[in-house]
Write a protein that binds this ligand. Structure first.
Ligand SMILES: [Mg+2]
Ligand SMILES: [Zn+2]
Length: 211
């Protein structure tokens, strides 16, 4: 079977407001456009996989159990709107030497690629033609490190990150207002790449499986 391609999604500042180390579901405010954005991504035939640095665990702000509970609620909130997130992968580590830019010796902390490679192995994903959407330089660099097309969103830390990236000379493939606009850009790009023979299947309706 052909492997599914993927859009990696940052969590805080991309799918939900970045409030700084939320360890409880009551602190999570999912952006209203996020549900439709993920629906579009999956409708384009791509998996939607969350890749998130959660050093709040390593810092002792909340436990791994707390995080898993948040992610169960997160998935359930999408499922109630008949949208599926394909997986959550997190780095729980905190290295005291962590710089503001997020450089770390931990292999699973973005911008390092380990979580993306793990997600690909566990979910059977094709990293060729993958995308990464996030609001920080570490997300853009993670995208480049894992061979995905990096998209910067201007929600969360996005505006600040755009300035940082301009200074460092690293360029995202695209800058989008928010995840909704990023999903539109991805969907349009996917339609262009679609072989002509597949066009008849576009918009033909049929049984609406949850996407
Ligand atoms: Mg973020
Ligand atoms: Zn880690």
């Amino acid at each position: 079977m052909k492997k599914k391609r993927v859009v990696f999604l940052d969590r805080d500042g991309t799918l939900n407001r970045d409030v700084g180390y939320p360890g409880d579901w009551s602190q999570i405010h999912i952006y209203p456009f996020a549900f439709e954005a993920v629906r579009k991504i999956r409708k384009a035939g791509l998996a939607a996989v969350v890749i998130t640095n959660q050093s709040g665990i390593g810092r002792g702000f909340f436990s791994e159990e707390d995080l898993l509970r948040v992610h169960r609620e997160f998935g359930a909130a999408f499922a109630r709107r008949r949208v599926r997130l394909d997986g959550f992968f997190h780095c729980p580590h905190f290295s005291p030497g962590l710089s503001a830019a997020g450089e770390s010796d931990c292999p699973c902390r973005k911008p390092n690629p380990a979580l993306g490679l793990r997600a690909a192995a566990e979910l059977g994903l094709d990293l060729q033609g993958a995308y990464m959407v996030g609001d920080k330089a570490a997300d853009v660099l993670f995208g480049l490190n894992v061979g995905a097309l990096p998209i910067l969103v201007l929600t969360g830390y996005g505006r600040r990150s755009l300035r940082d990236l301009e200074t460092s000379g690293v360029r995202p493939a695209h800058v989008a207002q928010d995840l909704g606009a990023a999903a539109d850009w991805i969907a349009a790009r996917e339609r262009q790449a679609l072989p002509k023979a597949d066009h008849h299947s576009q918009g033909s309706g049929g049984g609406h499986a949850p996407v």
